[in-house]
Ligand binder design. Sequence first.
Ligand code: HSE
Length: 431
Amino acid sequence: MLSNPLRVAVAGLGNVGVGVVKILEKHKELIADRAGREIVITTVCARNKNVDRGIDLSSYEWVDDATQLADMDNVDIVIELIGGEDGVALMSAKNTLNNSKSFVTANKAMIAHHGCELADMAQKNDVALRFEAAVAGGIPIIKAIGEGLAANELNLVYGIMNGTTNYMLSQMEARGLSYTDILAETEELGYLEADPALDLDGIDAAHKLAILSSVAFGTKTDFDNIHIEGIRNIETVDIEYAKELGYRIKLLGITKYEDGNLSQRVHPVMIDRNLPIAGVMDGFNAIVVDGDFIDRTFYQGRGAGEGPTASAVVADIIDIARGHKGPAFFKPTEKLVAANPVSINQRLGEYYIRLHVQDEAGVIADITASLTLANVSVKTMLQKGNERDGTVYVIMLTHDIRETAMKDALNRINELPSVIETPLSIRIEKL
Ligand code: HSE
């Protein structure tokens, strides 16, 4: 057993930081046995000391400024749970790694944007950079991909990477709530990120997808080329039609890599209701990874919250205590490939299209003419009138068409005088 304890500084004392302290205190002996040495918190850090965090932090040294931690003699590794793409978190990461100390973070935005640069710093200074908690909370997906599946060539990873929007879609279906109503409720429950757009517009899921692409395929993180759409346009009517048609709507992150070409996208999809991932409801996350020797693997668990996220952080600390400092993306940084981004416009597949139109003669003929001009072939059409207001939803499922043809069709249809709401399309994915 190594005799020297690993001395840890925890920066950021929100619920995850508090969770890390609780786990390291509660499982002190169990963790020491597993890590082969003791792990002790020496220092904690947050901006405001005078907050009741529900735990006693008086035995730890208090520091207000996270950027100082890297220089402290009684700190071997820094745990950053502050968040934010850059600012203090990034400064703290750079100081720590350049001081030849290992760095653990749950910061998805920072790793999605600066992961390669930080991995390079860690490599040059012969220390570890770890971010298991940045993706899918309590699901050890980074370890599963980078270690458990290391024998495989991977080319597809997809999943539910944002618990908040999965909760919202689940509740819309279960309780027939409108988007506006579930949004208000989710806000009240405190489930949304400080900037709700991160959840609602798919950005949070895209941060996680960018990280998973690099871990799975050994490509450089490329957040800027992810096609991102959120759930703001999904309405109860779409959820009901999805059900009627045998589908369920999910916000998925999908990344595919083939022959140097990387397709990364986050958007609502309609998937077969009977797929295991379609049954993952509420705040849960789920990830599917396909490998050439393993076939398909499926991981499910809590994607957020104090316990699950802190569990992932502590697993990284244990790894470092064991002396593991292999490359952050499981390949030396000079081997990470700059992949060619594949545009969403190249997608070939089926689409669900929802039109809200006046219920009057000639409307369907006009819609059909627009579809013909855009070269879009329809597989199924449903129409349900609303006698009260004289409008009707026209729902169409297309055959396999190009994304560009779908957009062309929707633009043409949107110009028709009888169309009373911007048409919506949802990609149907066969996964
Ligand atoms: N807002 C994130 C989610 C938190 O809902 O999944 C966990 O990353």
